[in-house]
Design a protein around this ligand. Structure first.
Ligand code: UFG
Length: 326
């Protein structure tokens, strides 16, 4: 069993990761500045440290004194339109603080690192489905801030005793099947989360951002991946690094795309009545479609998703949202 540092472990995906690691007997330290994370979502078996990964004087002693072997780095800002309005905040939070963290790992001899990257590095997603080797031309500061971090990792791995796996997430949704954690960000922006809130009448209607994209029904298409399947990608990546495996960059998606309208239909089926919707203008920085080619993670890490079904994803997101209401 390993000593693992999870950054952003009070956030949506990081809190699922922490549960998965403690469930497997790993010893986990969570660092989170609680800017968007929720303290109550951190698994009680984990050590919680409130602080910022950009603070070297906090991180280096943590790595050293807790004998950390691997870092799983989730902390960062994730809202694409915010990154268009506040690019410098995104470069600071996502690129500069990651650089500080990677440097701290190199200085302290922590040579296993898993990074939350994103499908947003592919830009307009013109090559479909997107392969890892496709051209990277992010169209928003969020995607650029993450791509720069991938480059830092690539160069660090060439120069130092440091190996990493960068996982390019497509659209993560759903919640822990045991109901211990889920998407709890106060100002939710993600489609499935917002649709579930409308379903529970916490908002009057769902805005569909753009009805005139060049897609089959005019709305944006995304590859939605259940958070439990995404966590499995990290567990396989961790095993790979522990076994001495080489650096990798891997897509995390199913290879199937659903439009906003198809998601709306799935939520309507879940609640047994039509979800109220309204077509609104496109959001800044949104590509028409993003779909993964997941062959590399399947062949190189043996990943086999267990929840690749939109109704499953919607049902688990809805169950979490209902629990939040209660
Ligand atoms: N959408 C709506 N109405 C809403 C919310 C979203 O129509 O209320 C649409 C968006 O325009 C888009 C789709 O639903 O077409 C998905 O939007 P999300 O906000 O759920 O997710 P994004 O695709 O913008 O971004 C997410 C993550 C990023 C990640 C990216 C990769 O936020 O971190 O997926 O595809 F990089």
């Amino acid at each position: 069993m390993a000593n693992i540092l999870v950054t952003g472990g009070a956030g949506y995906i990081g809190s699922h990761m922490t549960y998965a690691l403690v469930d497997r007997g790993h010893s986990v330290t969570v660092v989170d500045n609680l800017s968007t994370g929720v303290r109550g979502l951190v698994a009680p078996q984990a050590e919680f440290v409130e602080g910022d990964i950009g603070d070297e004087t906090l991180v280096r002693p943590l790595l050293r004194h807790r004998n950390i072997e691997a870092v799983i780095h989730f902390a960062g800002s994730v809202v694409v339109p915010d990154s268009v309005e506040q690019p410098l905040r995104y470069y600071n939070n996502n690129t500069m603080k990651s650089l500080t963290l990677i440097d701290a790992c190199v200085q302290e001899g922590v040579g296993k690192f898993i990074f939350s990257s994103t499908a947003a590095v592919y830009g307009m997603g013109e090559d479909h489905p997107a392969c890892e080797s496709d051209e990277k031309s992010p169209i928003n500061p969020y995607g650029r801030s993450k791509l720069m971090t991938e480059w830092i990792l690539e160069d660090a791995a060439k120069a130092y005793d440091f190996r990493y796996v960068a996982l390019r997430y497509f659209n993560v949704a759903g919640a822990d099947p045991q109901g211990r954690t889920g998407q709890s960000t106060p100002r939710a922006t993600h489609l499935i989360k917002k649709a579930c809130q409308v379903a529970l009448q916490r908002a009057p209607e769902l805005e569909i951002f753009g009805g005139d994209f060049p897609t089959r029904d005019g709305t944006g298409i995304r590859d939605y991946i259940h958070v439990s399947d995404l966590i499995e990608c990290h567990l396989l990546a961790l095993d790979h690094l522990i076994k001495g495996g080489e650096p990798k960059v891997l897509n995390c998606g199913y290879g199937q795309g659903f439009s906003v309208r198809e998601v709306v239909e799935a939520v309507s089926r879940q609640i047994g009545r039509p979800l109220p919707v309204r077509i609104a203008p496109r959001r800044a920085g949104d590509p028409a479609q993003l779909i993964a080619n997941p062959s590399r993670i399947r062949s190189e890490l043996g990943w086999r998703p267990a929840h690749a079904d939109l109704s499953d994803i919607v049902a688990s997101a809805y169950a979490w949202e209902q629990r939040q209401n209660a």
